[in-house]
Design a protein around this ligand. Sequence first.
Ligand SMILES: CNc1ncnc2c1ncn2[C@@H]1O[C@H](COP(=O)(O)O)[C@@H](O)[C@H]1O
Length: 291
Amino acid sequence: MVVRRYVPLFFPLFSSYIYKLCSDIPSIEYTTNAVLNDFQSDNVVYLELRTTPRAIPQAGITKSTYIHTILSCIAQHNNNPNNTLHTNLILSIDRRHTLVEAREIVDLALSFRPYGVVGIDLCGDPSISDARTLSPAFVHAKKEGLKITLHFAEAPASSSDEELWTLLGWQPDRLGHVIHVERDSAVAREIVRRKLGLELCLSCNVHAKMLVGGAGYGEHHFGWWRDLGVSIALGTDDVGVFCSELSEEYRITAEHFGLGREDVKELCKSAVGVIFGSAAEKERLRTLYAS
Ligand SMILES: CNc1ncnc2c1ncn2[C@@H]1O[C@H](COP(=O)(O)O)[C@@H](O)[C@H]1O
């Protein structure tokens, strides 16, 4: 099933179905391994997975056990010399969370940092628009050196100037979606000035009709952001929901924006500078792209 409408269908997918299916250690391991194997099979060489830590008391799972389970699958995959894919983990804070819950996720991210957590994210239903209450958690994360990425200007409800400047005040390293940022706005200029990396998910935005006027691939904001010279990492948002692997996202982008092989390579190379992985990981990727 490809989600054709945004908020009313998309978010309940997780709470009504997926969370009920991923409700014990074996199902969390199964899905994590399936995701890693799928990205490896798609010839992806670097992945930043993100998940919202979830306690499942009836299965004896705490948020810490949940993260540990996923990190163990990632470590096993990363340590297999047959795999070219390297993966790191980002922990998401959801807009529905309280400040106490958000702070707890930051603390978990800090304690699991030596085991592959590289940063935190703000995700969730953008119609829950006031993210200001979560500010102290993100400010603390930044102070402690965690990387920050944010679902940013994803829907009109989460795109007021006040909200966007609040989010920029958290000093994020990357921004996702950036759909409702006006082309010549002060926010757009600030994103360029700070050289923030952008995470763009074309299929998700088109299928879920998130673009203004239900626009298609050709009118996607990828085009004008690319012209501004910012680093762009294409993403899938969720392969299971939008039915498009990462290689397909690059193919679609190449088709609609007239990119040749070298352009696609340049696009991948420019994303290396904004990954949350280590200097050694960046070096590995640069070497790979140079070959
Ligand atoms: C349109 N794009 C999006 N916008 C905002 N949040 C999104 C999202 N895609 C996914 N999520 C967030 O990821 C959670 C599911 O996985 P985890 O439980 O974290 O592993 C969803 O509940 C949602 O909050």
